[in-house]
Design a protein around this ligand. Structure first.
Ligand code: NA7
Length: 538
C-alpha cells in the first residue's frame, strides 16, 4: 500500500491473529484510522514465519480460529484435527480478504522504534522503510514467540554447509533428501520437525539439551458427524472456551491423584493418553501442578510409555526427562517422535550423557569432544519469549524510559496489557497475561475486545491518555508471582521461566490465574466497569 498519510488514530504492530483482529475492531467497530505495520510480506505473523516441516498448531482446529466471525465459523472446513501451517495461512488470507484488511496493512515494514511525545501525547513510530508516523495509540500485536533465539554458538560463521532456524525457514522449504542433517533442540518445534526430516534425510542427528515429556497428538481427519455437531452448537463451545481455565474444552480432574487407587488412575491416564493432544496436560489431576508426589505419578506414566516405544534402552534412557516436574515446560505433541529414534538413520546426542555442543565447525558440530559432519544444521532453539518482541520495538515512554531498563529484573506490566510509564500503549497477550498458557485466539480476542472497549470509553468520556499506575502494576506483578510460586512451574528451566536464554532474568512470563482465562477475563471486565481501576486516565 502507498505510504501517503502519516497521522493515525492507532498504529498496530504485527498482522498475525492479534493484529488482524485489532485492525478489524478499531477500524470497523470504532471507525478509527488505523495503520498496521508488518515485517512479513503478508499476513500471518507466527504462521507466516514458522514454515518448517511438520509445523502444525497444537490446538484443535475448531477452537483455533476467530470466533467473532460467526458465519465463517460455520463456513470454514478444517481438513484435520490440528491445522497445518499452510492451512492456517490460507484461513488467515481468507479472513483478510473477506474483511478487506490488507488495505490498511503496510507489509515488509518493521517497526524499529517508537517514542511517546509528552507534549502532543502522540506516539512517534519509526520503521525500517524510513517512514515515521504518529498515532494516539500504539498497539503491540507482535506475538509472544516471534523473537528468534539463535544461541551464540562458537564458530557458526565458519560452517560451510547450509543452516537455518525453524522460525525463519526458507520459503519453498529445504530438500533434505540424501543429506546429513543436524537438528539442535528438542522443544515443541523440534518434536514436530524431527519425524518429518528423518523421513527424508540420509542421516539425522538430534542434539538434545533437556529431554521433554511428549504426549501423542493423535492428529487425523475429524469425524464429519462431530464436525456437524460442533458447528450446530458453536455458541456453547465459544462460551465454554472463554470461561475455561486454558481456553480449551479441557477441565482438571478435581480429585487429587494421591487419593486414587493405582487401577483408577491408570484408567484415567489411559483415557487421556488415548484422547491425545493437551488432555494429558490440561485435563489431568490438578494436584500434579502443586505436589511433587502427585506429579511423579503422572510423569511415571509417560516414562513407561517412552521405555515401551523406544527399542534401544540406552536411547530410551536419554529420552527420559529428568530433574523437573511434568507439565512445567510447554507440552510438545508427538506424532511418531519417539518412534523416530528407532530408525537406523537417526542418532541422539544428549548433552548430559554424550556432552553438550562445544562448537560449530566448518564441517559440522563438535559435541562432547566428538566431531559430527553435516550438510545442513537446523536450529530449533526457540524464542526470546514474550519480552523479546516487545523490547525489540525500542519503545521510549515518559522521560525516555525504555523497557530494557524497566524490565531489567523481568517484566513489569499491569494485566499484561499495559506498562506504567508508557501511556496509550497496549500489549496484546503481553507478559503477565494468560497468553501462552492458553489457546491463543481466545486470549487474543479477549485483549482485542477489552482494548477496543477501553478506547471507545476514552473517546466517549473525552480522555486522551490512559496509563497503568505504578502501584497497580506492582500489585499485579506480586499477584502473578505469588500464584506461580505455589506451583511446581518455577522449578523448571523453561522458557516460561525465561530460563532458555543465558542472562535473561529468571521470571515467570505468563499469568497462571487461579481461575484461568475465564477468571482473568472477569477481572479485566471488573476493572473496566470500575472506571479502569489501576489506570490513570487524563
Ligand atoms: P523451545 O521450547 O524453547 O525449545 C528450544 C530447544 O532448543 C530446547 O530443547 C532447548 O533446550 C534447546 N536449546 C536452546 N538453546 C540451546 C543451546 N544453547 N544449546 C543447546 N540446546 C539449546 O522452542 P520451540 O521452538 O521448540 O517451541 C517454542 C514454542 O513455540 C512452543 O513452546 C510452542 O508454544 C510453540 P532446553 O530445553 O532449553 O534445555
Amino acid at each position: 500500500m502507498a505510504d501517503t498519510t502519516s497521522q493515525f488514530d492507532a498504529v498496530v504492530v504485527g498482522a498475525g491473529f492479534s493484529g488482524m483482529y485489532m485492525l478489524k475492531a478499531l477500524r470497523d467497530r470504532l471507525g478509527l484510522k488505523v495503520r498496521v505495520c508488518e515485517a512479513g510480506e503478508t499476513i500471518g505473523g507466527t504462521w507466516y514465519w514458522n514454515r518448517y516441516p511438520g509445523a502444525r498448531c497444537d490446538s484443535d482446529s475448531y477452537i483455533y480460529c476467530f470466533t467473532w466471525d460467526k458465519q465463517l465459523l460455520q463456513e470454514w472446513e478444517w481438513s484435520e484435527r490440528y491445522p497445518e501451517q499452510p492451512e492456517i495461512l490460507r484461513y488467515l488470507e481468507h479472513v483478510a480478504q473477506r474483511h478487506d484488511l490488507k488495505r490498511d496493512i503496510q507489509f515488509d515494514t518493521r517497526v524499529t522504534g517508537a517514542e511517546f511525545d509528552e507534549v502532543t501525547r502522540l506516539w512517534r513510530v519509526r520503521t525500517d522503510t524510513g517512514g515515521e508516523v504518529t498515532a494516539s495509540f500504539l498497539i503491540a500485536a507482535v506475538g509472544s514467540l516471534s523473537d528468534t533465539n539463535l544461541p551464540p554458538f562458537k564458530g557458526l560463521n565458519q560452517f560451510k554447509g547450509k543452516w537455518c532456524h525453524t522460525s525463519r525457514f526458507p520459503q519453498g522449504g529445504i530438500d533434505f533428501t540424501g543429506k546429513r542433517v543436524a537438528v539442535v533442540g528438542t522443544g515443541a518445534t523440534a518434536v514436530q520437525a524431527i519425524p518429518e526430516i528423518a523421513q527424508q534425510a540420509k542421516q539425522l542427528t538430534v542434539f538434545q539439551r533437556t529431554a521433554n515429556y511428549c504426549v501423542p497428538a493423535r492428529n487425523g481427519k475429524v469425524d464429519p458427524e462431530l464436525v456437524k455437531a460442533r458447528k450446530a452448537a458453536y455458541e456453547g463451545v465459544v462460551e465454554r472456551i472463554k470461561d475455561s481455565f486454558f481456553g480449551f474444552e479441557h477441565y482438571f480432574i478435581p480429585k487429587p491423584v494421591l487419593a486414587t487407587t493405582p487401577e483408577e488412575r491408570e484408567r484415567e491416564f489411559d483415557r487421556m493418553w488415548d484422547a491425545g493432544g493437551f488432555a494429558f496436560w490440561l485435563a489431568n489431576y490438578q494436584d500434579m501442578f502443586f505436589d511433587q508426589k502427585a506429579n511423579d505419578l503422572c510423569a511415571d506414566y509417560i516414562k513407561r510409555k517412552i521405555r515401551k516405544t523406544v527399542k534401544d534402552p540406552v536411547v530410551a534412557e536419554k529420552l527420559i526427562p529428568k530433574g523437573y516436574a511434568y507439565g512445567t515446560k510447554r507440552q510438545p505433541l508427538d506424532t511418531n517422535y519417539y518412534e523416530t529414534f528407532n530408525k537406523d538413520n537417526v542418532l541422539l546426542v544428549d548433552a548430559n550423557t554424550d556432552g553438550g555442543i562445544e562448537e560449530i565447525t566448518a564441517t559440522g558440530i563438535r559435541a562432547g569432544g566428538k566431531e559430527y559432519e553435516f550438510d545442513i544444521i537446523v536450529f530449533a532453539t526457540g524464542f526470546d519469549a514474550m519480552t523479546g518482541p516487545l523490547k525489540a520495538l525500542n519503545l521510549k515512554g515518559r522521560g525516555g524510559r525504555t523497557l530494557d531498563r524497566q524490565w531489567a529484573g523481568g517484566p513489569h506490566t499491569y494485566l499484561g496489557v499495559a506498562v506504567a510509564g508508557f501511556p496509550n500503549l497496549f500489549t496484546i497477550t503481553g507478559p503477565q497475561s494468560p497468553s501462552v498458557l492458553s489457546n491463543m485466539p481466545v486470549s487474543i480476542e479477549q485483549h482485542v475486545e477489552w482494548i477496543t472497549d477501553c478506547i471507545e470509553h476514552m473517546r466517549k468520556t473525552g480522555k486522551t491518555t490512559i496509563e497503568a499506575t505504578p502501584e497497580a502494576q506492582d500489585q499485579w506483578v506480586a499477584h502473578v508471582n505469588e500464584i506461580v510460586n505455589q506451583t511446581l512451574m518455577t522449578g523448571a528451566n523453561s522458557w516460561y521461566m525465561s530460563a532458555n536464554i543465558a542472562g535473561k532474568p529468571r521470571a515467570f512470563l505468563p499469568y497462571l490465574g487461579p481461575e484461568g482465562v475465564g477468571g482473568y477475563r472477569r477481572k479485566c471486565d471488573e476493572i473496566a466497569a470500575n472506571g479502569y481501576q489501576g489506570f490513570a486516565l487524563a
